[in-house]
Design a protein around this ligand. Structure first.
Ligand code: UD1
Ligand code: UDP
Length: 381
């Protein structure tokens, strides 16, 4: 197919990680005359989304503002599907782009499919093989995969997963993960202007001479006992006088309640508000070890050669584990504490993990995605 007018691409996202992973693609589309890029945010996240929009300089064309405190998956899904459908009816895009596996991504793909608009999926083909880990993301991304026109898989592992599901190989492209583009971009901005990430100075001074463990946690399948265990493990880690824990706490009330109750006021623990991306990049730099259940942090830490202990039983990102930079530790208190102490006390164990390895691409993913999209519609540069 060859078209003479710019192709209208509606990019849909709603949470912090989608915004981080799509801002490089939005920038590449907007800089390219072959495309008319429109941005619709659901604002499934509000504050944590806005932090990224501001840093990336994105002003959305549509903002559904759907976030409600602690809303159920049903309520969220209903409001997303109808709201995103309305935007598509108004915009009439040629294609819709979604990223990853959130409720916004799944509903964006479904609303587009209901209108027979082709869907392009960034970060396609991640599979843990367990529909409850992570929950509900494993099913969200399978639903998107069943409808997508182009699948932008970050690695060969994710490509193979799609081929096992009988996706046409010609529709699957290995592009790396756009999170590496985002990380390169933010690192370059910080190098130009260190003030962008200087807000951690107070914490850095407070913990001078200590060994910093960076923590993030928010997975639904860890709510309840898992979160209680994570808090207890942090208490035990922070009992060591040479250790300090820096923990920007996710705004989900199910996380905040537990962490604020268990950890507030501890000498060696800094509970922070969510950090904007430059400050989180700074935390990745100053931490000796990252302890997380996040998806994105599993990709960023190996790129920086930072050992990352993953508080999950399975991962859809086995590349970091295969490379030796990531290790699954679940949410058992003793296991988390033992693994961290081993890394702190055994130099060889630490060095065997702390090797920069980047299975997730070279920072050119957004450019590759835009070219593949242009090829798809037969437009030459
Ligand atoms: C969502 C995604 C998850 C992704 C995570 C990234 C779904 C089902 N879950 O999980 O895949 O890994 O984002 O962080 O799509 N809240 C705020 N302010 C914010 C953000 C959240 O107050 O800026 C609170 C609200 O009370 C909100 C709650 O957190 O209702 C949960 O947000 P939600 O987007 O439903 O789920 P997450 O756990 O953040
Ligand atoms: N992140 C951030 N500030 C924080 C914590 C994380 O900017 O305080 C970034 C992090 O660098 C990564 C992304 O948010 O790119 C991960 O988001 P999250 O863990 O919320 O979601 P997931 O990746 O698990 O879907």
């Amino acid at each position: 197919m060859s078209v003479s007018h710019p192709l209208k691409v509606l990019v849909v996202f709603g949470t912090r990680p989608e915004a981080i992973k799509l801002f490089p693609v939005v920038a590449a589309l907007k800089a390219d005359a072959r495309f008319d890029c429109r941005v619709c945010v659901s604002a499934q996240h509000r504050g944590m989304l806005d932090q990224v929009l501001e840093i990336a300089g994105i002003v959305p064309d549509h903002d559904l503002d759907v976030m409600k405190p602690d809303q159920s998956l049903d309520a969220l899904t209903a409001v997303l599907l109808t709201g995103l459908g309305r935007v598509m009816d108004a915009e009439k895009p040629d294609r819709v782009m979604v990223q990853g596996d959130t409720a916004t991504a799944m509903c964006g793909a479904l609303a587009a499919y209901y209108r027979k608009i082709p869907v392009d999926h960034v970060e396609a083909g991640l599979r843990s093989g367990n529909i409850y880990h992570p929950w509900p993301e494993e099913v969200n991304r399978k639903i998107i995969g069943s409808m997508a026109s182009l699948h932008f898989a970050p690695t060969d592992v994710s490509r193979e997963a799609l081929l096992r599901e009988n996706v046409d190989p010609a529709r699957v492209h290995v592009t790396g993960n756009t999170v590496i583009d985002a990380l390169h971009w933010v690192s370059a901005r910080i190098a130009e202007n260190p003030d962008m990430a200087s807000g951690l100075a107070v914490v850095e001074a407070r913990f001078a001479g200590k060994r910093i463990i960076g923590v993030t946690s928010h997975r639904r399948e860890n709510f309840g006992d898992g979160m209680e265990n994570i808090a207890e493990a942090i208490r035990r880690l922070a009992a060591r006088p040479d250790v300090a824990v820096v923990f920007p706490v996710h705004l989900n009330p199910n996380v905040r309640k537990v962490m604020n109750t268990a950890l507030a006021g501890l000498d060696n623990v800094a509970l922070l508000e969510p950090l904007d991306y430059p400050h989180f990049a700074r935390l990745l730099g100053i931490a000796e070890i990252m302890l997380t259940d996040s998806g994105g942090v599993q990709e960023e830490a190996p790129a920086l050669g930072k050992p990352v202990l993953v508080m999950r039983e399975t991962t859809e990102r086995p590349e970091g584990v295969a490379a030796g930079t990531a290790r699954l530790v679940g949410t058992d208190v003793t296991r988390i504490v033992t693994e961290i102490f081993t890394l702190l006390d055994d130099k060889a164990a630490y060095e065997s993990m702390a090797r920069a390895h980047n299975p997730f691409g070279d920072g050119t993913s957004a450019r590759q995605i835009v070219e593949l999209l242009a090829n798809e519609i037969g437009q030459e540069a």
